[in-house]
Design a protein. Structure first.
Length: 395
């Protein structure tokens, strides 16, 4: 019964995570765009820093930004916070359902570190909490006053965390945890800094006391950080669909390189919002991505050194039967699946032949078998990959 409920629970949580994530990211991107497009206000109100007129959906909108706060507040003031909270809550529950509930399959890789399930879950939680503590400490330190130096330092720390995680967890779980560290820092910014500071501003206004401008500056700093971390966190979260990415022997380098290109792309957009164009920066982002991709392809080819002699079908079939069909069969015998993943039944030769490219990526990257439960050796992987590369010839 539980095996039937868990996949539906995963679907519901994943859908909620996507919905709330879109809402959060959309609001973040919009307000950074809005801030960049604010122009000098007319009318001479010294409290107004700027304004923007826009048209959308058949109506006209007039936005005004105040230097600190307006003289009075309307009865209906919208707080952008629940999008962030529910994105993190749904993401953490999804992490628990997929990676904690089946830690022995999805989280632990005993060829790297022989962990039991409580140890692995404890390390996971420690990385997420520790990431926020390190990030928050950096923000409050003198480094936090220099955006470029702070960003470089935080990036190096995250890259080190990625390297460490790929030596502790399965590669798929390691990448996801890098995203979880960044996502936790982002939502903690909202929960511990941005919203509390805004509440203090509102309280001061209602009490007719002077508003501390530092509260707004702190909130803006964290909001800007969140804006630049958005694309890297999205990259980490979708990485599990690309075994050539997370399963590469230089996977942490690839994650760092493509994240850099994402940060640069985000900066290009931020500059354009202000009316500035930097084609050189955009070209640099593309160049970084292409160089990173070349590193990944080169590493993949070096890893895929295949036996020169043709691999017999019988040898490949025996490896598939030993390591693949507990999951990939019409009725899986693996307790975690009620149907074959991706609908692929590898007891059928025609399906194996048609899926050769996908199988090659999964086997070579060590993404499959899940958690290497069947104990597939590197020599066995090389033989099966060689057969797949040789055209997956059938008898």
């Amino acid at each position: 019964m539980l095996a039937d409920i868990v996949p539906w629970l995963e679907l519901a949580l994943r859908w909620l995570h996507v919905i709330t994530g879109i809402a959060w990211i959309g609001a973040s991107f919009y307000f950074v765009w809005l801030d960049g497009n604010i122009r000098g206000a007319e009318g001479g109100n010294p409290l107004v820093a700027g304004e923007l007129w826009a048209v959308h959906g058949g109506g006209f909108y007039h936005n005004q930004k105040y230097l600190v706060a307006p003289e009075t507040l309307p009865p209906h003031l919208h707080w952008f916070k629940y999008e962030a909270y529910f994105t993190w809550i749904s993401g953490f529950l999804l992490l628990a359902v997929v990676y904690y509930y089946s830690a022995d399959v999805f989280l632990i890789d005993k060829t790297k570190l022989a962990l039991d399930e409580p140890e692995a879950i404890g390390i996971s939680l420690a990385f997420m909490a520790g990431g926020w503590l390190v990030y928050d400490g950096l923000c409050r330190s003198p480094l936090g006053q220099n955006g470029l130096v702070f960003g470089a330092t935080w990036f190096v720390i995250l890259t080190f965390a990625a390297y460490a995680l790929t030596r502790i967890f399965s590669d798929r779980a390691a990448f996801l945890h890098v995203g979880a560290i960044v996502g936790t820092a982002m939502v903690a910014n909202v929960f511990f800094i941005i919203i509390p500071n805004q509440k203090k501003v509102v309280a001061s206004m209602l009490a007719r006391q002077p508003v501390d401008p530092r509260l707004g500056l702190q909130a803006k700093q964290r909001s800007l950080h969140n804006n630049y971390m958005t694309l890297p966190v999205l990259l980490a979260m979708i990485s599990n669909h690309f075994p050539m990415f997370f399963g590469s022997p230089v996977n942490w380098v690839l994650l760092a390189g493509i994240s850099i290109s994402g940060i640069m792309i985000r900066h290009v957009f931020n500059l354009r919002h202000k009316g500035e164009i930097n084609g050189l920066l955009a070209f640099g982002a593309v160049l970084v991505f292409l160089v990173t991709m070349a590193i990944g392809i080169d590493a993949q080819h070096r890893t895929a050194e295949a036996p020169a002699a043709p691999v017999p079908y019988a040898t490949a079939r025996a490896l598939i039967d030993r390591h693949c069909i507990t999951c990939h069969r019409a009725t899986p015998t693996h307790t975690g699946f009620s149907s074959p993943p991706a609908g692929l039944d590898f007891t059928k030769d025609a399906v194996v032949h048609a899926s050769a490219v996908r199988m090659q990526a999964q086997v070579m990257s060590k993404a499959m078998p899940l958690g290497n439960e069947t104990g597939m050796t590197d020599d066995e992987r090389a033989v099966l990959v060689a057969w797949l590369n040789q055209g997956a010839r059938l008898p």
